[in-house]
Design a protein around this ligand. Structure first.
Ligand code: IDP
Ligand code: MG
Length: 165
């Protein structure tokens, strides 16, 4: 059964030129790349993406991080959709643990991430942590026409294809 995940090269990864490396790591798996866009991260998108963390003490810093405010105003990220068997497990293994200092050394976060002196986890990539989160996030970052396979149901509104829920 195929799973679908959102992967984001975060501003630290974009600024440091790690997008190609991340793509290479995913290309070593059997996952298929079925969507990709360069996205300017507005505050509303960042806050919606991380809405489940809004009560955390690091939330404001996290939003500023995703908007690129901690990285030379690097406000463009690369958002990717990967699909395939066990995509969540494979994607999370490539990413490594949330805290770069605890992440497996050969993972993306373990090898390329860092914790700032202010305690921000600069962890290079986002990967959906389960299939429900993957669905919510893909629908948030992509329209149906921007995903090259029919992964979730769509409906027509004013002659446009939109996600049906
Ligand atoms: P995940 O990215 O591994 O799924 P989440 O718990 O969903 O981890 O947290 C989302 C993001 O919030 C992390 O990737 C990281 O950038 C940041 N974050 C999570 N926990 C902490 C923390 O304890 N301190 C600082 N930043 C954190
Ligand atoms: Mg998460």
């Amino acid at each position: 059964m195929n799973e679908h995940i959102l992967v984001i090269i975060k501003p630290d990864g974009m600024l440091k030129g790690h997008a190609g490396h991340v793509l290479s790591r995913f290309e070593e798996t059997d996952l298929s790349l079925i969507g990709g866009r360069v996205v300017k991260v507005a505050r509303e998108l960042a806050e919606t993406h991380y809405a489940h963390l809004k009560d955390k003490p690091f939330f404001d810093e996290l939003i500023r991080f995703l908007m690129g405010e901690l990285h030379n105003n690097q406000d463009l990220v690369l958002a990717l959709v990967f699909s395939g068997p066990d995509a969540v497990k494979k994607g999370r293994a490539i990413a490594g643990a949330t805290n770069p200092e605890l992440a497996e050394p050969h993972s993306i976060r373990g090898s390329l991430g860092r914790v700032t002196t202010k305690g921000v986890f600069e962890n290079v990539i986002h990967v959906s942590s389960d299939t429900l989160e993957g669905e919510r996030e893909i629908k948030l970052w992509f329209t149906p026409d921007e995903v090259a396979r029919d992964v979730f149901p769509v409906k027509m509104i004013d002659n446009r294809r939109v996600w049906s829920s």
